[in-house]
Structures are given as C-alpha cells and as structure tokens.
Write a protein that binds this ligand. Structure first.
Ligand code: ARG
Length: 571
C-alpha cells in the first residue's frame, strides 16, 4: 500500500524543497478541516533558506507538484500547500490490498526474531475468578494478539497465585469445617466460603492464625498431606478457570505460577547478599530502596519464608534465561504499581540491564455499584456468572427480535461474550470503572454487538449480491471511479489507517485505540451503506462497491479478531 506521507515527502524532495526528507515527514500535516485537503504542507520553515515569503513559496510548490497523477488537486492557501490526493487511485490501492491480504491485512514482520512475553490474567488459586480479573485477562489477551500480529514471537504466561500463606488458612479451614463433596461440586465458591469462615473465626480465636501459619510451613517443607490438599485445590480451581478461558477463547503457553519458583528462591537471596543489597531488620531480610524514593522491600519474613516480591524476582531471572525476552510485559492492576517499581529497581541494582525491558502495564480498578469488591467478605461478582448472563440475555434478544441466525445458541455466545470483552476494551485501560449489568448488556451505541452487527450486515450485502463473503474475483479489473464519493473515501481512509493504529495500540499497550478505530470503521461503513445504493443494476458499479464492502468487512473482522472477539456472519 502506498504510504502517502512518504510519497508526498519524495515528491517535495524532487521539487527541491529546502528541507531534509525527515523534516518533511515531520512537517506534513493531516488537516482536521477536510476542505483544506487530505494533506497539507506549511511553508513557514522554508522562508529563511529560500529567502522568500511563505505564501509565495507555497504557491510555487503547488504549481510544481500539481501535475502529479497521485493528486486530484493541489492548491496554495496562504502559507499552506493543500493537497487533495487522487481518490480513485487511493481507493483502488486500499481495496486491492485488503482484498488480497484478507486475514493478513495489517500484519507485519516488524517483530521477527524478537520474543515478547505477555503475562496476564494470573488469578489466585482457590479464590474467585471475579469481574476484577476480566481486565487483566482480556487486555492481556489483546496485547498478546497485537504483538503476535506484528510478527513477534510471543509467550503467554499465566502467573497463577498458587502459593503463599493463604493456603495455610485454606487447609486449616477445610480440615475444620470442610467436606470433599462440596469442594468437588463447586470448588471455588466452596473454598471461598471456607476462607471467609476462617477470617470470621480468626477474629474470635487468635490461635487460628498460628495454626494456619504452621500448616503453610509444613506445605513449604513438602509434607505429603498438606501438599496433596494444596495440589487438589489447585487442580479444582484450574478446572474452573479453564472453563472461563474457554468461553473467552483464551489460551496460555505456560501456567508457571508462583509455586513454580518456590525452589528458585535461594539464588535470588544469594545474589542479593553477594551484591550487598540484603539487610537484616528484626529477623526479616530487606532491601532498602529509600535512595530511590521507594519503600523498603521485604524479601524474607522473620520465619524465613519468602514473599510475593521474591517470587517475582525469581520469575524475572527464569524468564530472561529461559526465553531471552525482548520485552517482558505484566498486565496487572495499578494497585501493584509500587510492587513492580520496587522489584524492577532491585533487578536493576543487581546490574541486569534487562530490567528496562520489564514493563508493567497497569489498569484501573473495577468496583461494584454497592462498593468495592471484597473476597474476604464474600462480596464478589463471578466472571463466569457475568459471561453466562450476557449470553442468556443475548439469546433472549435474538429470539425476541427474530434475528436471522443459523444457530441462536452459537450466535448468542459470540455476541454476549463479545459484548463483555468489547466494553472492557473500549475505555482507556487506566481509568477506574464501576461494573454495571445495565451497561454490559446494553447493545445500543458504540458497543460490541453494534460492530458485530455491522460486520454481519456487510456479509449479508455480499451474500445478497450472490458473492461469497470472501473472494470477489479479480479486483484489479474493477473500475474504482464508482467508489470515490465522500462516504466511500472516508471509509477507505479509515481502513488505510488501520495498520498504523495496530502498531500504535501495541506500542502503547492500549487495545482501546484499536477498539475505537474499529467503531469508526463500522460507523463509516454504515454511512456508506445508507448513503449509497450498493446493489445497483450497473454491474461495474456494483462490483466496485462490493469490493469496498468486502474490504470494510475484512478490516472489521481483523480488528475484532485482534481484540479477541468473534465476528458472526449472520445476526
Ligand atoms: N495473582 C496476583 C493477583 O491476583 C496477580 C499476579 C500478577 N503478576 C505478577 N507477576 N506479580 O493479584
């Protein structure tokens, strides 16, 4: 596809404009007011070198370059050269490229040979997989997909919270009040109720905490009874998590969670003490980070047990050595900002320059309408319930409206779950938000169902024309003079920008950039659909318009794919 900015840069160089190519690229603008052209070139910077007033320079340049066939019109207005590109050539190049590349439109080789780790989701075993986890899960999955699309070798890691003192509490509670059948029937809800009970009882009886601590120590020593229970909790929890991942269409390459590093901790302690970073403080071992304006990091407790941060440092070493990452991305809530700053700093102080390649991608908090979630108090909304309810509700709507689908159950799943994912990825990730059933199940406006419906509409236009959804035959033979109207041109421009938007979303770890762009494309497609007659009698005109419909369909589908959302062909 022609890169118009670069092309205009070259044309200006050939016209002897006294700026370097790089300076030119920086200077060329895209005017917000469309009557000022598709691109504009301000001439102020040239005045000195060319010893002429900017408006005169603009006039000369406009005259020199206006005959180029990639432009429809070039005008000078004051100090600006306003460039209107040839709509027909532009539209032709986009439509051809997109239809040829299909699924690969926007794909690149930029990341070839570089490994990017995306760690996401990482729920805690035996704790609910709640609405708070959906953020890391779907933002992380989209970031993984973006990097994969850009040609990086990607590794998806689920750093399960499967270790730590809470397992002492869980085992303690299970032994006192639990029974096997309940756990098997509904593992996480049951284990959660034990955990809640533990805290209620521990408020009355302080010895419970000691009991839980000694159980955890036994687990760390590898005592068979404790290990067996822990393993069982982990397996049962994973079964539940995997049910949710399956609904979301998400997979991982590794489930190496916190327990995986339990035997890799000594090395961290040794290095820290060799390099003189470890200090003793009331029996605990700490790293003082006050010189770096960060709080003290506790590495081992006074009873010798290691902490969350110690396991993260060990995991960092392991990942560098095992995967030799180019980037190591952590999609974790902004509440853990300090935690990541601390351990990245510790790795840096140990002298490892890969510390700079570790990236924390934070996101804002989800709260409930009646307050923040609290696992301890059992105030949680389970992710699985949200997904099931969204699917159910979608099915009601589909049946009520008599929506045309081949399979109402399948479509409800794609649309209901798509709606939840889309809403998650619509806003800037750092924003806090309040979870609301009304919002998630609202299918009007700039929502997932709206975009999916637009895709299905494009499919239906293609079907009605007797074309298969993909494959219009030889695009190069089509006459694109029929798709140069404003609506067609606007739509083509948005499709043209898509590869750049994908790169931008990846660079900023911000899938919402793509989500918004996909909405823009859907809206532009709908304007085109409403303003123009597509299935006209003139065969040439019809085919050219269908080729644009097909290109828009591909762009929307690729966008939704990258967000982790399916695109039904009928709805
Ligand atoms: N399990 C943690 C939680 O639910 C998130 C883990 C984040 N990843 C990490 N490497 N620390 O809060």
């Amino acid at each position: 596809m022609v890169n118009y900015k670069e092309k205009i840069g070259q044309i200006l160089i050939e016209a002897d404009v006294a700026l370097s190519y790089e300076e030119l690229l920086d200077t060329i603008e895209v005017p917000t007011d469309k009557s000022m052209g598709d691109y504009a070139f301000p001439c102020f910077k040239l005045a000195k070198a060319m010893r002429k007033a900017p408006p005169l320079i603009a006039k000369d340049i406009a005259e020199k370059i206006s005959s180029n066939e990639i432009f429809d019109k070039v005008e000078s207005v004051n100090a600006y050269v306003n460039i209107f590109i040839s709509r027909q050539k532009f539209v032709e190049s986009i439509i051809t490229e997109v239809n040829e590349k299909e699924d690969a439109f926007g794909r690149s080789e930029k990341g070839k040979g570089k490994t990017v780790i995306v760690e996401f989701s990482s729920p805690n075993i035996a704790k609910p997989f709640h609405i708070g986890h959906i953020r890391s899960t779907v933002i992380g999955n989209a970031i993984y997909k973006l990097y994969d699309f850009l040609g990086y070798d990607t590794i998806r890691i689920n750093h399960l919270g499967d270790y730590g003192t809470q397992f002492g509490k869980m085992i303690c509670a299970y032994r006192r009040w639990g029974n096997k059948e309940d756990v098997q029937r509904e593992p996480i809800k049951t284990l959660l109720s034990y955990y809640t009970k533990f805290h209620e009882e521990a408020d009355k009886d302080a010895t419970l905490e000691d009991e839980a601590r000694s159980i955890f120590t036994a687990l760390e020593r590898g005592e068979p009874d404790e290990v067996e229970l822990w393993k069982w909790f982990r397996e049962e929890s994973l079964k539940e998590f995997n049910r949710v991942y399956k609904m979301l269409g998400i997979e991982f390459d590794s489930y190496a969670g916190e327990s995986f590093y339990s035997d890799k901790m000594q090395r961290v302690l040794d290095e820290l003490s060799e390099k003189g970073l470890l200090q003793e403080s009331q029996g605990a071992q700490i790293v003082d980070l006050s010189e770096h304006s960060l709080p003290v990091a506790m590495i081992t407790k006074s009873d010798g047990s290691t902490l969350y941060i110690t396991r993260d440092i060990a995991a960092g070493f392991y990942r560098k050595e095992h995967y030799d990452f180019y980037k190591n991305i952590y999609v974790v809530a902004s509440q853990q900002n300090l935690h990541f700053q601390q351990w990245f700093k510790i790795v840096e102080l140990l002298g490892y320059d890969w510390a700079k390649d570790c990236i924390h991608v934070p996101f804002g908090l989800v709260s409930l309408e009646d307050g923040t979630m609290s696992t301890r108090q059992g105030r949680v909304v389970f992710l699985e319930d949200v997904l099931n309810r969204a699917v159910e509700q979608t099915k009601n709507i589909i049946l009520e409206k008599g929506v045309n689908t081949d399979n109402a159950d399948e479509t409800s799943k794609k649309v209901g779950i798509g709606a939840v994912i889309f809403q998650e990825l619509s806003n800037n990730r750092i924003k806090d938000y309040t979870f609301s059933w009304d919002k998630v199940l609202n299918f009007e406006g700039e929502t997932g169902p709206y975009v999916q419906y637009t895709h299905a509409r494009a499919c239906s236009v293609l079907r009605n024309a007797g074309n298969s959804v993909s494959g219009l035959g030889d695009i190069s033979k089509l006459d694109m003079k029929y798709v140069v109207g404003d609506a067609a041109f606007e739509l083509s421009k948005l499709i043209y920008e898509m590869p750049e938007v994908i790169e931008d979303a990846a660079d900023r770890y911000e899938p919402s950039v793509l989500t918004r762009h996909v909405v823009d494309i859907a809206q532009a497609f709908n304007s085109f659909y409403h303003e123009e007659h597509i299935l006209v009698d003139n065969e040439d005109e019809k085919l050219a318009k269908l080729a644009l419909v097909a290109a828009a369909r591909i762009a929307i589908k690729n966008g939704l794919d990258l967000l982790g959302i399916e695109s039904p062909e009928k709805m």
